[in-house]
Design a protein around this ligand. Structure first.
Ligand code: C2O
Ligand code: CU
Ligand code: CU
Length: 504
């Protein structure tokens, strides 16, 4: 493995930091707006900004005006007039931002913003994305969690050739299932995702959902590695130890902002659609004095709501939660990141950190009606004739190098697993290492064995250190090579990755 591993480590070096483009002409752009370029796309982005909630005339009830303006995600103009087709132009380009010490930080972006634009569709819609690679590196877009055909899955060489600088690739697929998904680069992913190539894809249900789930906002959680002087930490910092731990950025972002504020009416329910787009960091969240009610996970609503003190999102996971903030007018409730023990080095000397604030307005408090008891009917995947598959997550090291593997083999040596269309498999994943690993399977949903928990659909499951998880998956009619890997992207890159060959 060493030759390949060395090449990979080199490729992640400082030379792969995005190059700083020429400063835009004219007055300095506001901190979070994309630098003005005058192109129709930039204009479209600005026009679409903050379009999350269309609540303008709201005297009787409703959230405070502009309640989510600080966390609005940009959206793109839909070029297709049909209501069941979303067609957008998505340029990939370097844009610079300022976070710290007034330093300009060049980042990779989808459409000029961090995160990329929010794509919104309805279950059953066709989504067409013309991805124009204006970066100096090759890339692909992976549609995490979406049941796409394999040619649209964005794995370089396997689903498609990488998109070369200056080239365009058109992604064109149907989004069959409601839920919050996300899109990200699948080339040099620790570097490209870590430097900005991620965005959210919200698929709304085709039929009405139960009423009263709250005012909805999509929050993309991520982080960014910056030095004290404000410059970017290279993707290979800390060498092998950095990869083994999984590099976390020290600046934590909610929709690309530090500490944004949501305005709320006391007692009014808010529905947060959360995605963890950080390459390694886990998000354990707390809202002091309040609880979270989990409605759904990766692949949409679960059977019923469950109330919890805290919630955890491993890298790649999504959660659909509601909170009901209560308190005095003007009170600011901190939504907090709390250290989560994902193994050695993850909690030592670390303190909770505020991620965002919920500020209570002086509008008359509401009394939120009870949540529905049932959210969705899900039947358990039958496993009577399922094939058992046992996998172990492993760590290997010599005096000079270290890598991760599945069943003792790094990705570049492992033969593919096999499955047949229509087959059901039960995967038992045993983690033999001292770090947690969020295990992700491309292209298919599974049901995790979790006694007592409502059924739900997952595509990423955290397998805690020295522990195991079991899930059942049925392979539908989408043959091809499908990838699975740890979603701590640094771990995937040093070997914790594999392939599944699905054949007729
Ligand atoms: Cu978000 Cu290969 O995955
Ligand atoms: Cu994926
Ligand atoms: Cu891992």
């Amino acid at each position: 493995m060493s030759a390949r591993a060395r090449v990979r480590a080199d490729a992640l070096g400082p030379s792969h930091l995005p190059d700083l483009p020429d400063p835009p002409p004219g007055p300095a752009s506001p901190r979070w707006a994309p630098a003005a370029s005058g192109s129709p796309t930039a204009l479209a982005l600005l026009l679409g900004a903050g379009a999350l909630v269309g609540c303008s005339g709201e005297p009787a009830g409703g959230p405070p005006p502009g309640w989510s303006d600080q966390v609005g995600l940009s959206e793109l103009v839909d070029l297709d007039p049909s209501p069941s087709v979303l067609e957008v132009e998505l340029p990939l380009r370097v844009e610079s931002f300022s976070f710290r010490a007034d330093a300009q930080v060049p980042l990779f972006t989808y459409g000029g913003t961090i995160p990329g634009p929010l794509l919104r569709a309805k279950a059953g819609d066709r989504v067409i994305v013309h991805a124009h690679n204006q970066l100096e590196v090759e890339t692909t877009i992976h549609w995490h969690g979406v049941r796409v055909p394999v040619e649209m899955d964005g794995v370089p060489e396997m689903s498609q050739p990488p998109i070369q600088p200056g080239q365009t690739f058109t992604y064109d697929f149907v989004v069959p299932d409601a839920g919050l998904y996300w899109y990200h680069s699948h080339v040099e992913s620790p570097a490209q995702v870590g430097f900005g190539l991620y965005g959210a894809l919200l698929v709304e249900p085709a039929e009405a959902e139960p009423e009263g789930l709250g005012d909805e906002v999509v929050l993309v959680l991520s982080d960014l590695g910056l030095r004290e002087d404000g410059s970017l930490v290279p993707a290979d910092s800390g060498g092998a130890a950095g990869s083994l731990f999984g590099r976390e950025g020290d600046v934590v972002l909610v929709n690309g902002r530090e500490d944004p504020t949501l305005l709320a009416r006391s007692g009014r329910r808010q529905r947060l659609r959360l995605v963890n787009a950080a390459k390694s960091r886990y998000f354990q969240l707390e809202l002091p004095g309040h609880t979270f009610t989990v409605l759904g996970v990766d692949g949409g609503l679960r059977e019923r709501p469950v109330e919890q003190e805290r919630v955890v999102l491993a890298s790649g996971e999504r959660l659909d939660v509601v909170i009901t903030p209560t308190g005095a007018p003007g009170e600011r409730l901190p939504l907090r990141w709390v250290p989560y023990d994902r193994g050695y080095g993850s909690t030592e000397f670390r303190e909770p950190e505020d991620l965002a604030f919920i500020e209570l307005s002086d509008l008359e408090p509401e009394l939120a009606p009870p949540l529905p008891e049932t959210l969705r009917a899900i039947s358990p995947t039958p496993r009577a004739s399922a094939t058992q598959v046992d996998l172990s997550l492993t760590l290997h090291s010599t005096d000079e190098e270290a890598w991760l593997g599945i069943d003792g083999l790094p990705s570049w040596e492992a033969p593919p697993l096999e499955a047949m269309i229509g087959e059901t498999q039960v995967w038992r994943i045993v983690n033999e290492t001292d770090w947690d690993h969020p295990f992700h399977l491309h292209g298919f949903f599974f049901q995790v064995d979790e006694p007592g928990a409502p059924l739900g659909w997952k595509d990423t499951v955290n397998v805690p250190k020295r522990d195991e998880r079991t899930f059942v998956v049925r392979f539908d009619e989408r043959p091809g090579m499908w990838m699975f890997h740890c979603h701590i992207l640094d771990h995937a890159e040093i070997g914790m990755m594999g392939m599944l060959d699905l054949t007729p």
